[in-house]
Write a protein that binds this ligand. Sequence first.
Ligand SMILES: Cc1cc2nc3c(=O)[nH]c(=O)nc-3n(C[C@H](O)[C@H](O)[C@H](O)COP(=O)(O)O)c2cc1C
Length: 326
Amino acid sequence: MKTDKHIYLAPFQGVTTYTFREIYSKYFQGIDKLFTPFFTSVHKTNTLAKRGRDLEFQYQNKIEVVPQILSKDASEILRFANYCHDKGFKEINWNLGCPYPRVANKKRGSGLLPFPNEIDDILNQIDNDLKLKFSVKCRLGYFSEDEIFPLIDVFNKHKISELTIHARIGKQLYKGEVKADVFEKIIDLCNIPLVYNGDIFTSEDFIKFDNNFKTIDKWMIGRGLLRNPFLPAIIKNMEVPDKENQKSYIYKFVTDLYLSYLKKMNGRPHVINVMKEYCSFLSYSFNNQQKVFNLIKKTKSPEEYENAVAFVFDTFEWMGNETLKN
Ligand SMILES: Cc1cc2nc3c(=O)[nH]c(=O)nc-3n(C[C@H](O)[C@H](O)[C@H](O)COP(=O)(O)O)c2cc1C
C-alpha cells in the first residue's frame, strides 16, 4: 500500500551545499528530507569539527537533514555516525553509489558493489554500535545490474532504515537509460523501505514510475529538481505560480542564493563558479538551454555574471516542467 508521496533532495557534491539547501527550502515546497553531499576522509574528530555549518543543523527550514558518508572503513563510518548522533542527527546515509573511477577504483562508492561479502563485513562491524538510523544509497551494481540481487540479500540481514537505489550501474555514470525493470524486480525481494532515484525530470516521468512501481512511495530527485525547483511541488499537486510568475520567483531565488554565497564566502570570486555550476542545471528550464548556459558560463567577474543572469531572465522563456530532457 502506498502512503503519501515522500520526496527527498538528492545530494550533489558542490551544488546542494548548506547554503543551497537553506535557500532552496525557504523558497520551494514539497521536499521531505535533505541529504548532504558526501563527507569523506573523516578519520579524526577535528576534521569533522572543521567542516563547519554542514554538520551543525539537523533541520533546515524544519526539514530533516541527513549527513552522508563515503567510506569503506567500518571504524570511520562508526566515528562519523557517533559524531552525527552527538550533534543530534537522527540518520546518516552510506554512499555506495559514487561512480567516478578515482573513487570506484579504490572500492569506494559504487566500486564496492561487486563485493557483497565486504559490504556484509562492514555492516556486521557497525550494526550493533549504531545509535542512529543508518540508510544506504546505491546503484544496481558497478559492472552489471545483476550485482544488486546478492546485495539485496546482504542488505536484508542488517539494520538499514531505508535503501535508495539510483537505477543505473556505476559504469554508466549518468548516461543511458535507467533500468526501471530491474528496480521493479527488487521491490518484492527487499525487506527494507525502498526509495527510487533516477531520471525524474517532469511530472510525466514521475507518473510513469509511480504507475510501474506498485509499493514505492519514497522518491529521491536530483537533476530534475535542480533544473526546475518547482518539480516536487508540481508532483505533489501543490499550488505553484503560473509560468510568468514562476520566472520572476526563480529569479528572486537565484539572486538570493548568489547573495547568500557572496556573504558566506566574503565576496570571493569562487562564488560565480558555484553559481555557474548550479546554472548549468537551471539552464535546461529555459527555451534555449545551450545559449543560456554559454552566456552564464563565459562570465569572468561578479558584475559580468550579474548582467548575464539579468539578460537571461529578461530575454529567454521559462519553460519549467516542459523542459527538454537532455
Ligand atoms: C555533479 C554531481 C554530484 C553528485 N554528488 C553526489 C553525492 O555527493 N552523493 C550522492 O549520493 N550522489 C551524488 N550524485 C548523484 C545524485 O545524488 C543522484 O543520485 C543522480 O543524479 C541520479 O538522480 P537524478 O536522475 O534524479 O539526478 C551526484 C551527481 C552529480 C551529477
